[in-house]
Structure formats: structure tokens, C-alpha cells
Design a binder for this molecule. Sequence first.
Ligand code: WT7
Length: 647
Amino acid sequence: MSEKTFPVSAEFAAQANINKAQFEEMYARSIDDPEGFWDEQANKYVSWFKPWKKTMDWSFDQEDLHINWFTEAKLNVSYNCIDRHLEKRADQVAIIWEGDSPEDTRKITYRELHEEVSKFANVLKARGVEKGDRVSLYLPMIPEAAIAMLACTRIGAIHSIVFGGFSPEALASRINDSDCRVVITADQSMRGGRRVPLKSNADIALEHCPNVHSCIVVKRGGDPIEWTEDRDVWYHEAVDAASADCEPEQMDSEDPLFILYTSGSTGTPKGVQHTTGGYLVQAAMTHEAVFDYKEGDVYWCTADVGWVTGHTYIVYGPLANGATTVMFEGIPTYPDISRFWEVVDKHNVSIFYTAPTAIRSLMGAGNEPVEKTSRKSLRVLGTVGEPINPEAWEWYYNIVGNGKCPIVDTWWQTETGGHMMTPLPGVNDLKPGSAMQPFFGVNPVLLDDEGNEIEGSPAAGNLAIDRPWPAMIRTVFGDHKRFYETYFSMFKGYYFTGDGARRDEDGHYWITGRVDDVLNVSGHRLGTAEIEAALGLHEKVAEAAVVGYPHDLTGQGIYAYVTLMDGEVGTDELKTELVKLVRAEIGPIAKINLIQWSPGLPKTRSGKIMRRILRKIATNEIDSLGDTSTLADPSVVDDLIEHRENS
Ligand code: WT7
């Protein structure tokens, strides 16, 4: 942790949307008078067809768990992101698409976006999609992904995006869990010059999805694909034949907007369900306040729409604000390691938002690839996804931002829908690695393991939130009981984030990482249970336990303890097989770094695996194993220590 602070410049503060005095006044009001505060923001950022009756109506109690914002109000997200801008900015570019190859660029104005989205909405209707139906998107980072999202919102369908890096198995389980009948994919994706056969992955998935009647295919690369008559439809053919007239549906503020699957500590990934009104208010407001967004900015978030960051900060937030948003198909190192900065110069990007893992890997290549570009258009930098180490933060600040761009380190989650803790660029003297302070309306608390609030500073504990915020998760799709159990059962009366945090002497927050069985590998969230289940599919595997350990480049690495059926030590070939199996089951992001053959696992007498001990062994903190007296067979631990893999 660094002791240095980086003061906000007087020049930046003078032009900022929100300065320190304004922040303090607004934040106090957002906590003391949430209804008055959010009424104002909802009217400022969103256009409503019909006003609300009650600003918020909620309970975190088990019997009555519900969260409603802007009750009975009507609105439409695609109307807010497109139609209402047409009067002023029909010819302004809404989306700049930068393809994998620097030669591939496409600019889409708000007028064109309106036409494409309306047409595709009509295509969906013609395929039988109705309000409330779920539609699965398995797409590369191409404009059609944003168009399909907006087309769903136009007719009130609920999209469920599955990241294009997920395997056919992962896609199939997500399609079936939310009963999607229509799937939108592309023949292939292009990343770093490499192709991923999305359509053939989808074909494999759809063998296990009997209810899917339509597969709409965007032509991205033109490689030959298999075709299932009656089920498969070319996107371009369907859109060409469709009318560009499609009235936006009047949606209730609490109608579901999208489902996005994410990993938790137990079981299969959960469908995090977000709704319409509150989500859009927080998406638009955070996009403007946190990035100090202003008319004329070119804004670029490098995430993929398969993650929540892409939903809120590539599509919904920026478009609700009438911004120009960059959508990038490729990777930071292709065709060379200067690509990010070349794209910044090419499109005059002023706000740039990326992940610590990308910064760390680019930092490894030195300053020259950055310094040979101008980057003079940059004004604000952002990071998200995992804690950023001070060294990477300072490199980002000094080398990428030339020491003149504030960095917003935004802490939030798939479940929170939008930013929850972050510095504001015109407000805070920055501390590298700190998410600093809560956003408006958010009241974070640190709880001890018994659920008592820890008052005062400095302090450290489990990070929880004591009241709802507009973009909050509303339920787990199809499993309201699991919603309660996952987020509200641990600490009664609070939403539990799964993260640990500390509050420093000045009251600023530092996220210390997950305290549950969730891993964060290169900013991607993985459940240990999913990886263990995949390992368990191998006929030779009797049992597996997976933990994370610190990794210089990816933040966390994956360490698997595997017990074989015969209790013996396996071969290196078997290790390779297991790594491949997990990759095939989940996707390339689930790459196991280390496997240790474990004749036995440390268990309590009731048979529960003691992961705390496994984590300590993986991180080589053998001296602080803690209490091992409750183990059924303590000698297991000595064997594991003796044969630990070097992490
Ligand atoms: C988890 C949520 C929110 C979009 C991307 C990830 C970690 C996220 C930060 C940050 C430290 C962070 C937390 C959180 N995380 N942002 N700025 N500093 N940690 O969304 O996949 O739902 O993962 O990512 O551990 O709980 P997600």
C-alpha cells in the first residue's frame, strides 16, 4: 500500500461536474433524504412516460425480501438511449466500432442506431419474442451486440448475454436456466487475429436446449458454418426485410431488463436479475458523475458486453447520456502492444476505462510502446474489476495519463449494477489502490464475523451495504430463496458483498478482495465450486478442492488439490488432461495454474473441507495455518505441505 496521494489539480476541479463542496452536500442529502435525492436524479437522467408513486419500497427480511424503485412508473430503455436524443443529436456518432484489425472501423449515428434497433426489434417480434421473454446473446464485440440488447429493451424482452469466451456447456446451462427460446450469435468472433467458432459452439449447446426455436446469426467473418433449416436465420437477411417502425414498449420501472449469470461460492452460476427504472438512473448518473462525462467527450470502456461492465458502461450509461461510446472487438496486444493508445489517438478518446490486469500486462512491456503515442486527448482514466496495486496505478497515472488525468478506481459488482465506491475526479486527492468513498446513496458498513458494525477508523471487516440502491439486483432468476441465502442470510438486515475491506485513518475504503469462495482471475469471476465440479467429471478424480493464490499478472491464480480414485499420485499427462477438461467445461478463462495430487484433503469430523488451510498452503503461509485441532486427520496437512506446488 502506498502512502502517496495525488492531489486533484485546481484546473481539473474548476471544470469538473462535481467539486468537493458539491459532493459533500449531495452525499449528505443522499443519505439523509434518499427519496428527495433520487427523485431529483431520476428526473434529471431519465425520461419517463409516467411518473412513480413511491421512490423506494423495500425490505431485506427473509419473509418479505423485496426491492422496488420508482414504483408504477413507466419508461423504455431504448427510448432513453436513442429516441429522445434524435431531436438534438441524430447525426452525432453513438457508437464507434473499432474492429480487431485496425482497418475495420464503423461509426453509427444515433439516427442509424434508431433504425437498426427498430428493425431488429421487429425481427425479434416476428420470431415470436414477446414482452417478458428471455433472449440469449452469444456474440463478439460487434455493434450488433449493442443493437440486439437495445432491440430487446425496445420490446420488453429480457436479454441474457453469455460471454463469447464461455464454452458450449456453459452456454447451454445458461440458456436452459432462464428458458431462452431465441439465441443470437455470430458465425465467428475475431480476437487478436484468432477466430472463435461461435456458431459451431452454439450448435453444440443447442443440442441440449430443446426449447430454442430460433438462432439468429450475424455474419462476422464469413467462415463456412453448419445450418439448421427452420431454426437458423441470417441477421442481415432478416433485418433487411424488416420495417424500421417499432414503437417502444411502455415498461414498468420494476420489469426485468436483463439477466446476467455470475459465479458465487456455491453451486452453478446464478442469473442476476436487474430491472428497468432504477438501473437506468444509476447507470446514467454514475457514467456522468464518475467519469466527469461532458458533451463532446469520446468515451471508451474496454470491457466486453458479456460482463456487467459492458452492459452498464459501454451501452446503457453512455447511450442514456447521449455520448459517443467506443466498442472494441480486439485485444490490447494486437497487432502490437501499442494498440490501446493508438485507438485513443485515432478516435480522440477523452475518457478511458479498463482493468488492472490489462494495465499490469502492458506495464510489463515498458514505457516505449505508450510513449510513442500522443494520448493528448485523454482527460480521465478509470479502472475496475479487482484491486489495483500501487505500482500499476502509478504507471497508469504517470505514463499513460502523463500525470494529468485523475484515475477513478471503481468498486462494484454484477449484482450492484453500477458503481458503488469510487473517487470522483474533481473531488478526491487520490490514493493509489483505494476506492476511496461511497457513491451517492450508498452507505457501506464494515461488519465483524458476528454481524456487528465496526465503528470508527481505521477498521477492517466484511463489506456490507445497509440499504438498497437503484441499480441493485432484484432477485436470482427463478430462485428468490437463493437470492436471500446468497446475499442477506449471512448478516441480517444487510446486503453482503462477499468482499473484505478496510477503512483507513481518513475514512477512505480499500477493497481487500473476496472473503468467500469466489476467485478473481484477470478480473473474471469464477466460483471454486464450478471448477471442482468440472474436475469431478473426470473418471479418475475422486475429489477436488480449488483455492486462489496471489498471482503477479492475473491477480489470482487457480490452485487445485486433486484426490484420485486410487489415492495415488497422478502423471503430468493427467494434469494436462484435467486442465483441458476444465477449460472445455467452463471456457478459456478457467485456466488452472497448479495441480497438487492430494491423497487426502483436510476435513472436519463432519466431512467439511477446510479451505482456510488449503488457501494458506497454496500461498505458502505455512506458519499461520491457524487452528487444525478440529481436523479429522491432522496428518493430511503435513503431507500437503511437503508436496505443495510452488506458486
Ligand atoms: C468483484 C465483482 C464490477 C465490474 C467487474 C467485476 C472485485 C471489482 C473492484 C475494484 C477491488 C474490485 C470485487 C467484487 N472488484 N471492482 N475497483 N477494486 N476489487 O464484476 O465479476 O461481478 O466481480 O470484483 O471482489 O466483489 P464481478
